[in-house]
Design a protein. Sequence first.
Length: 385
Amino acid sequence: MYLDTFTVVFIGFVQSLCIAAGFSLILLVLRRRDVARLWSYALWLVPAGAAILSLRGHLPELPAILIGNGCFTLSMLFLLQGVAVHVGRPRPVWMPLLLVAAVLLGLFVFTVFWPSISTRVVLYAISAIVWDVWIVGTLLRHGPSDVRFSCRFAAAAFALDGLNYVVRLVLPMHEAGQQLLQLGMPLAVSHTISVLLSLVQCFALLLLIVERLMVDLRRMARIDGLTGLLTRVAMLGECQQALAGCREQRRPFALMIFDLDHFKNVNDSYGHLAGDAVLRHFAAVMRAGVEGRPHLLGRHGGEEFVLALPGATAEDAMQLAETLRTTLAATPARFESQMISITTSVGLAVGGGSRGVDELIAQADAALYRSKAEGRNRITRAAAA
C-alpha cells in the first residue's frame, strides 16, 4: 500500500478544519460555556499548526517548526483545561505552560544545534503521551458520576491516542527527508491513525457536552431555579415513593404546606426582586431547620412550599413546624439595605391507611386555609381520617 504524502496531509487538514468549524457553531449556541470555548480554541489550533508546517518551504524553517508545533501543543493545553473545567476542577495553568515551554525548547535545540527530525518526532510524541495521560487521569479521577459514561468514552479515546504515540516511539525512522511522512511507512501509518483518532476524540468531546447538557436539563426539571428546592413535579414523585416506603414499613408520613403571609404586599411594596429575595430567604431557613433529618422539601408554586417528613409522627411534625414558624418570624429577610419581616401559615396532614399524596396535599391545603382564615402565622393540623 502506498500512502501519498500530500493526500494524507490534505485529508487530515480538511478534517481538522471541519471539526473546528463544527465546534465553533456549537459555541454560537453555548456562549456561556467555557468548556466549549476552550475546546473550540484547541480545535482551531490544529489546522493552524498544520497549515504553518505545510508552508515550511515558503517560510523560515525555525519559526515554522516552533510556531506549527507550538499550535499543536497549545491545542493540547486548551483540551486539558476544558476537561478540567468540565469535571469541576480548577483550570491548570502553570504546569501546562511549563510543558509547552519545555517542548518548544527541545524543538529549538534539535532544529538549531543538533538538527534531527526523528528526535523532534520522539520529543513531540513524549509530550503528546504526557498530555493524553493527564487528560485521561483527569477524566477518570474527577469525572462526576452523572456524566461517567461520556468521561469514560473520552478517556478511552485519549488513551488510544496516547498508545499510538507510545508505538510511534519504537517505530523505525530514518533521516531521508524533513517531513514526517518521509521517515518511513510505519510512521506514515501512525500519522494516519492519529488523523482517524482525532475524529474519535471529536465525537468524545461532543458526547461530553451532550451528556452534561442532558444532566443539566434533568436538574432544571427537578430543581426550582430561584430557591434551589425540588419543583412541584419532582416533589410529588419523591413523595409518592417515600409514602409507599412508609406504608410497607408501617411508619407514619407527615406532610406540611407552608404559605408566606401577605407575600403580595411584599411585591407591591418592595418590588419583585425583593419578593425573590424573600423566597430565597425562606428556602434557606427551611433547609437549615430540617438539616440532619429525613425530609423532602419543594416549592409547590408561588409562595407555597411543601415539606414531607417520612417516619415523623404528628407530634414530631407539629414541633418542627412550630420551630420553623418561630425561626422565620424572628429572622427577617435582607434585601439591599432593607429588612423585610415575614411570617408563614402552615397546614399539616399525616398519612396513614390508603391515603395517597394527592389526598394528603388536599388535606394539608384545607388545614392551611383554616390557618390563614384564623389570622395567619399559625399551624393547623388536618383532622385524622
